[in-house]
Design a binder for this molecule. Structure first.
Ligand code: NCD
Ligand code: ZN
Length: 348
């Protein structure tokens, strides 16, 4: 049988992306805009994007940072950052704006720039009710923050203590369980009603937690939720390639300067936007499921967010290329995932 050398798919969307701001955004935005038609933009700026007005201003900054050749080709889908104080009228404003597509729950202290996040989900029940009523999806960083809970168990415990009550209490609320990392999350999403879906990153499909400790400590493989055991990675592969509409692409590409990663308290976040669709293609190919990539990358997320599927296409060619060792990052340096390594697919 001939191995596939080139294939075309509907242009994908990235349903979980950190673009940062200002000069840093200028540095990373073209990587995403070149590949993806749309992206759900995370609101964890400093200060966070807590109002529709802030989201509209951030959106304008993104659009004006697009290079000329990518203008009108990339649509940022904005999100609000949920806090204990988010009030129902803000949800209504977000809905009516037409530019805000979701509200993001960061448990306070769970990850990068989450200090202003939610301290207790029950404080947000009025906001969740307004979201349910107005069909505004909830996006969740699904980890508990209790320091006494083992870091590898935080997603599993979040499912029982936060996600389950939210889904029961707000049965019509659409929920995107972001960057899932465990077998438990896969099983939970699979068994849940269709209001619950999940994004999966390329790095969680490619690596297990050994990558963080391969011959020494490797900060560029550190993200949250942290990489898990191999059997969890295999569950994610089965979920992404299994044909279920509930799983879709969200890179969680999260740039931090090299100095902030290679640090005695290094930041969580892995940058993958430089080769996102190619890294996913390689993972799908290794699973013998390249034919499932288009649904995962280009259909399922759009359908969940009730957006039209994209009408343009991209082509991937089997043309191995070397990922750069470093990328310019606003006067700093960014180390991309798989720096210096060869990736087998290239987007033309
Ligand atoms: C993200 C970031 O750097 O903003 N980091 C990460 O490890 N994924 C935040 C997040 O999505 O958790
Ligand atoms: Zn993220």
């Amino acid at each position: 049988m001939n191995t596939l050398q080139e294939f075309t798919l509907t242009r994908p969307d990235d349903f979980h992306l950190h673009l940062r701001d200002d000069a840093q955004m200028q540095a990373v935005l073209p990587f995403s805009a070149r590949q993806f038609a749309r992206a759900i933009i995370m609101p964890n700026l400093k200060p966070p994007v807590v109002t529709t007005a802030l989201a509209a201003a951030y959106r304008d900054r993104i659009l004006s940072a697009l290079p000329d050749e990518l203008k009108n080709r990339f649509e940022p889908l904005m999100t609000l950052y949920l806090t204990d104080e988010t009030a129902p009228p803000e949800i209504l404003r977000a809905k009516n704006s037409g530019i805000v597509r979701g509200v993001k729950l960061y448990p306070a202290g769970a990850t990068t720039n989450s200090a202003a996040g939610v301290t207790d989900i029950t404080r947000c029940y009025a906001a969740l009710e307004a979201m349910e009523k107005n069909d505004m999806p909830l996006l969740v960083h699904g980890e508990v923050t209790d320091p006494s809970i083992d870091i590898f168990d935080r997603e599993k415990i979040f499912i029982d203590t936060v996600l389950t009550p939210v889904i029961r209490g707000f049965p019509s609320l659409r929920v995107a369980f972001e960057h899932i990392t465990t077998q438990e999350a896969v099983d939970f999403v699979t068994a849940a009603p269709d209001t619950l879906a999940a994004t999966i990153t390329a790095h969680h499909l490619r690596y297990n937690r050994n990558a963080i400790f391969q011959g020494g400590i490797r900060p560029h493989y550190y993200c949250l939720p942290v990489l898990k055991r191999e059997h969890h990675r295999q569950a994610l592969i089965r979920a992404a390639t299994g044909g279920s509409k509930k799983f879709f692409l969200g890179t969680d590409s999260a740039p931090h300067s090299r100095a902030l990663k290679e640090n005695d308290c290094g930041c969580a976040g892995i940058f993958t936007a430089h080769a996102a669709i190619e890294l996913y293609a390689e993972a799908f190919e290794q699973a013998g499921a390249l034919d499932r990539l288009e649904a995962f990358a280009s259909f399922n997320g759009a359908d969940f967010y009730r957006l039209p599927r994209n009408s343009t296409q991209i082509t991937l060619r089997k043309a191995p290329w070397q990922i750069p060792e470093r990328i310019h990052f606003a006067g700093d340096v960014l180390i991309p995932l798989a720096a210096g390594e060869i990736v087998g697919w290239k987007m033309l």
